[in-house]
Design a protein around this ligand. Structure first.
Ligand code: ADP
Ligand code: MG
Length: 567
């Protein structure tokens, strides 16, 4: 029984669909990349399931994707013989957006199409991009292993709802039929389709096929009798990371990034490496040019696409990079791990830790290189992911030095909220005799910049880091020192400017202490138990008094965070 039902889209899916249709019209052709990308993922998933159930693949072992069109009917069809979908999977995958946090994120939509279009990139354009060029979409699909009676037909011709029904379907896999809009009929064209496939999908590891061009009439008379249509591959059909670096063009790396990351912007940089020897693997790691909305959500998907001997094993393998590098996207193809590897096995496998430590170094080196080669691009990276990188010293003590070199701060040297000063630059500007790297923590830049604690530093021309990220206080606690210089909170304890305090300063301090002696005693009496100590100081220039925490107190910023948390 067909059992046709109508379903409304989940609210978030409806919003995304609406956004897609109305904001991506300027780059219509990307729908093909997305649908081919899905077909390729479906082939990967089938190969993986066939590792334990070879019969799934046996009847039709050559995985491929086909693109066909019918100019008269105005349709374009993308079909694959991959994993396919069951009825439940169709409803789940094509009617909802499962990513956690989506609902709250969607509430941030402004209604301004230009701004909102940027948001799409944080989700990936995906299947719904079909509606950029089609006013009606049919999906016919059959899950690998299910019989012909278990086919499913999904149909949608609007933003509000779709229908599903069971149909007889002769083969495994998925067929997506696009009924092209009047202004998109240009895509029902052999040459146009071939060039789009070359441009966006050349790196897809299985053949993307189109009908072979008919031989010119009269050339081959015997073959005039009825023949099955012949297809030919349009793409290179080789997994990109298996090719030598020197043969892969930048554009190909960029397209491959979009295929694995679901991002539609180019990445900032990448690193492609083949490692042989004790470990044997290939990695291709990318730094995105866009932060996902769930960068700070604990349960957000992260990690690499894992292949073992070129067979896809899993998405989001998070075991190969530390948490503070969770923004990195890419592929790891290992020859050491077993094909039946699972997340549990990965956690225990010794290779995992060895690869993780090698990939971590690889990413840090890639960032170091970027910072030296292209300061503007590096600044973009820092603005997006800097506060995540600051989690590094706590999580990855062994790479503290490398991480430290990558850090950027806003400081009194520039007095700008742009975090663009390195610790090396700070140290290079240190005053003679200065022993510490000074910093002030505050909730925001304006407060940090106008902090009374800074007065004496400004007077003496000593640079102070202006720290305003949530993570900062925790971060300096773990960083502790750089290049042998301790970090020192200017709001803590007695002010020790090291040898930067000269004889005159010392004389002045002693004079002030003597003159203010009586006042200090009086203030101490009044404030009594509310403060630990009252001292005269030369650290203030314009302000009459300031509060400082004692050396072993927790910092003010940390204290405020705890107070907010009700502690
Ligand atoms: P993504 O590819 O990022 O997961 P999409 O919107 O492109 O998101 O696709 C949504 C889901 O629909 C996929 O994750 C997959 O489960 C399913 N899907 C889409 N196309 C196919 C296909 N050709 N074969 C099997 N499943 C598919
Ligand atoms: Mg997709």
């Amino acid at each position: 029984e067909a059992h046709k039902e109508s379903h409304g889209f989940q609210t978030e899916a409806k919003q995304l669909l609406h956004l897609m249709i109305h904001s991506l019209y300027s780059n219509k052709e990307i729908f093909l990349r997305e649908l081919v990308s899905n077909a390729s993922d479906a082939a990967d998933k089938l190969r993986f399931e066939a590792l334990s159930k070879p019969e799934l693949l046996a009847e039709d072992p050559d995985l491929r994707i086909r693109i066909e069109f019918d100019k008269d009917a105005g349709t374009l069809t993308i079909s694959d013989n991959g994993i396919g979908m069951s009825r439940d999977e169709v409803i789940e995958n094509l009617g909802t957006i499962a990513r956690s946090g989506t609902a709250s994120f969607m509430q941030n939509l402004t209604g301004d199409q230009k701004k909102d279009a940027h948001l799409i990139g944080q989700f990936g354009v995906g299947f719904y991009s079909a509606f950029i060029v089609a006013d009606k979409v049919d999906v016919f699909t059959r899950r690998a292993g299910a019989d012909a009676s278990q086919g499913v037909h999904w149909e949608c011709s609007g933003e509000a709802e779709y229908s599903v029904e069971n149909v007889e379907w002769p083969n495994r896999g998925t067929r997506v039929v696009l009924h092209l809009k009047d202004d998109a009929t240009e895509f029902a064209d052999d040459w146009r389709l071939r060039s789009i496939i070359k441009k966006y999908s050349d790196h897809i590891a299985i053949p993307v096929e189109m009908l072979k061009q008919a031989a010119p009439a009269g050339e081959d008379d015997e073959s005039k009798e009825e023949k099955a249509p012949e297809f030919e591959a349009v793409n290179a059909a080789q997994a990109l990371w298996t090719r030598p670096r020197s043969e892969v063009k930048s554009e190909e790396y960029q397209e491959f990034y979009k295929h694995i990351s679901h991002d539609f912007d180019d990445p900032l940089t990448w690193s492609h490496n083949r490692v042989e020897g004790k470990l044997d693997y290939t990695s291709l790691l990318y730094i995105p040019a866009r932060a996902p909305f769930d960068l700070y959500q604990r349960d957000a998907a992260r990690g690499l696409k894992l292949y073992v001997q070129r067979t896809f094993i899993m998405d989001d393998a998070e075991q190969f990079l530390p948490l503070y590098l969770r923004f990195v996207k890419g592929v790891l193809d290992s020859n050491d791990l077993p094909l039946n590897v699972s997340r549990e096995i990965l956690q225990k496998d010794q290779n995992t830790d060895a690869i993780k430590s090698a990939l971590t170094k690889r990413v840090l080196d890639m960032l170091d290189k970027l910072s030296k080669k292209d300061a503007d691009q590096y600044q973009k990276f820092w603005d997006l992911f800097g506060s995540v990188m600051k989690e590094g010293p706590a999580e990855d003590f062994s790479n503290k030095e490398k991480i430290a070199k990558l850090l950027r701060f806003s400081t009194t040297h520039t007095d700008s909220d742009k975090q663009d000063q390195s610790l090396e630059a700070y140290v290079g500007r240190m005053k003679e005799g200065q022993k510490h790297i000074y910093y002030v923590c505050a909730d925001n830049f304006a407060t940090a910049k106008s902090s009374p604690y800074l007065e004496v530093f400004r007077k003496k021309g000593i640079e102070v880091l202006l720290l305003t990220d949530q993570v900062d206080e925790w971060f300096v606690g773990h960083m502790q020192e750089f290049d042998g210089k301790q970090f020192q909170d200017v709001a803590k304890g007695a002010l020790d400017l090291g040898d930067a305090e000269n004889e005159d300063d010392k004389a002045e301090r002693e004079k002030v202490e003597k003159e203010a002696g009586a006042l200090v005693e009086r203030v101490k009496e009044v404030l009594e138990s509310r403060v630990e100590d009252v001292r005269a100081t030369t650290r203030l220039v314009d302000s009459p008094a300031c509060l400082v925490a004692s050396d072993n107190d927790m910092g003010l910023q940390m204290r405020r965070i705890l107070e907010q948390a009700g502690q």
